[in-house]
Design a protein around this ligand. Structure first.
Ligand code: ZN
Length: 126
């Protein structure tokens, strides 16, 4: 049984739906949704509406806290590597893993472990 967590939408409780109406008879209130899993905002919001309402209130502070983009970033041959895989049709469902450079079109072989390691990259720039 996974733990229940609350929707982080600041106005979730203000949306008057039957599933939010909780409490003892005669003393029911609309309450923030609480679920074991939610689909929006990496699992923090019960709906896109709640996600957007959070963003309306907090997004400027979040961007300023973590760093606002103030100049263009550049995609170059140094940071254009992405992971991909090819099916080997001759040998059934075996895959071969590669890094593909979207600028130069160069491909370099990857091991399956490197492919699955979300921290592994051969990019040398942002
Ligand atoms: Zn919500």
């Amino acid at each position: 049984m996974s733990e229940l967590k609350f929707c982080q939408g600041p106005e979730c409780h203000q949306h008057q739906t039957q599933d939010r109406l909780k409490g003892p008879k005669g003393n029911k209130t609309y309450q923030t949704r609480r679920r074991s899993s939610m689909y929006y905002g990496t699992g923090n919001f019960c709906s896109m509406q709640c996600y957007n309402e959070w963003a309306d209130v907090f997004i400027d502070r979040a961007i300023n806290h973590f760093g606002r983009t103030t100049e263009a970033k550049h995609l170059t041959e140094h940071n254009a590597w992405t992971k991909d895989y090819n099916y080997q049709h001759s040998s059934g469902s075996d895959r071969t893993y590669v890094c593909v450079n979207s600028i130069t079109k160069e491909q370099r072989p990857l091991t399956e472990a490197q492919y699955n390691d979300s921290n592994y990259t051969i990019n040398t720039g942002e």
